[in-house]
Design a protein. Structure first.
Length: 100
């Protein structure tokens, strides 16, 4: 089997983790140990499980780790949806934006 670094899905997961870290930089500091940490852990878990599965001996084991990565992707999707539902604190946004 190839290295995990040769897998397109692993590369995409690495990009997703990077994007998640960038996105969550804009979140309020009080969420550092809340939703930010959960989202970052979920994103890192996706790539990590793909890599661990690729290092296993058989396809059955690899598939099991892909299912675990899929679970982490579902967690991240849920955390993104939750963060969309939480309204921003108006005290943190004193200036009008272009959208306003």
């Amino acid at each position: 089997m190839k290295s995990h670094k040769d897998l397109d899905v692993w590369r995409a997961a690495i990009d997703l983790a990077r994007d998640t870290y960038e996105l969550t930089k804009a979140y309020p500091k009080e969420e550092q140990y809340g939703i930010i940490a959960q989202m970052r852990r979920s994103a890192v878990s996706i790539a990590s499980n793909i890599a661990e599965g690729a290092a296993r001996q058989g396809n059955k084991e690899f598939l099991q780790f892909l299912y675990i990565a899929l679970g982490s992707a579902s967690e991240l999707d849920t955390q993104i949806e939750i963060s969309r539902k939480i309204p921003p604190d108006p005290r943190r946004h004193s200036r009008k934006t272009a959208v306003d």
